[in-house]
Design a protein around this ligand. Structure first.
Ligand code: SAM
Length: 316
């Protein structure tokens, strides 16, 4: 089925949230004031159900990528059988994780199931990392990154820059990435969940990030590829870094992402908080196509407007 909207957008990437829980409690997902320890091992949809839903969506949309995310996807109890089953469907599989349980996970994989892994790394300083995530043991993330690289899996780092909290980490994280020859992207904070009404005090813009990087490096902007989330720059030494600038330079115009949450609801846009449940009629092709069309209709034209759903719920 060719599913397009008026801007000629299609769905090519399916982001699947495996759980709505996490073993970190980062400031941008969870309100520090209401923070409760919430690391649990829960699987809401079974492997069988997830594989069925993903296969049906893929048959309709001919996806390029399936990205497993959450919450924290490595908390999904059956993640290994799930990855191995999804690998049979066809599209590339990518994973977004906080990296805490990554070492253990990659040791159980052959190394060819995952096309790449995005690891969220907001600080290399233990105290700053704790302030953001309410967790210690940052070393586990580094071990996870190195274990994935040792398995030959492509790794990218994502760092959300939070004003007044981790600007000081931009240069150390760049150096860490350059040393390992891995890609790194800095993210502007987004108006999601408890930050929907007020993310301004924490906002550190693309321009602010570039100014910090410019203290140490000279760089030039690269050409943006279609449907990319990040703008990229290349330093004079030939290293690359990216910025995901949802606010400064929204990339809604060619967004090709569809989200599936851990209860079997789809969302066509991060700025939409109206869930469309697809589990009940998953075998009915006509209803599935109508549901996908409804998700497509949720897409904003050109501007990210945010949502009161946290990424924990809708999938990061
Ligand atoms: N637990 C996994 C992880 O940490 O990568 C996957 C899910 S988590 C929601 C994915 C990422 O979404 C976070 O690391 C962060 O980069 C991003 N994120 C979540 N809420 C955000 C916000 N309000 N602004 C910017 N980025 C956010």
């Amino acid at each position: 089925m060719k599913l397009n909207d008026v801007h000629n957008r299609t769905f090519k990437t399916l982001r699947v949230s495996l759980t709505n829980t996490c073993n970190l409690a980062c400031t941008y997902c969870v309100n520090d004031a209401n923070y409760q320890d919430q690391a649990q091992n829960i699987s809401i949809l079974s492997v069988e159900n997830l594989v069925k839903i993903i296969s049906k969506i893929n048959q309709t949309l001919d996806l390029q990528t399936i990205r497993l995310t959450g919450g924290e996807p490595t908390l999904y109890k059956d993640i290994i059988p799930l990855i191995k089953s999804i690998a049979q469907i066809g599209p590339k599989i990518k994973l977004t994780t906080n990296g805490f349980l990554l070492k253990n996970l990659v040791q159980k994989l052959d190394g060819n199931e995952l096309d790449s892994i995005n690891v969220s790394l907001d600080a290399l300083d233990e105290d700053i990392f704790f302030k953001i995530s309410k967790r210690r043991s940052l070393y586990k993330i580094i071990e996870g990154i190195d274990a994935a690289l040792a398995k030959g899996i492509h790794v990218k780092l994502n760092c959300v820059v939070i004003k007044g909290v981790n600007e000081s980490q931009i240069l150390p994280i760049l150096a860490f990435a350059f040393e390992r020859k891995i890609s790194v992207r800095f993210l502007e904070i987004m108006k999601m969940g408890h930050l929907y009404a007020d993310a301004e005090s924490l906002f550190f813009s693309q321009n602010d990030i570039l100014k910090v990087i410019n203290q140490k490096y000279t760089f030039s902007k690269m050409i943006r590829s279609d449907a990319a989330t990040a703008n990229y720059w290349q330093t004079s030494e030939g290293n690359k870094f990216g910025i995901i600038a949802n606010e400064t330079e929204p990339f809604c115009g060619d967004c090709n992402r569809l989200r599936l949450d851990s209860y079997g609801n789809i969302f066509g846009c991060l700025s939409s908080n109206t869930p469309i449940n697809i589990t009940q009629n998953i075998d009915n092709e006509v209803i599935l196509e109508q549901n996908l069309q409804n998700a497509m209709n949720q897409k904003q034209d050109y501007k990210f407007i945010g949502s009161n759903l946290s990424m924990l719920e809708i999938g990061g």
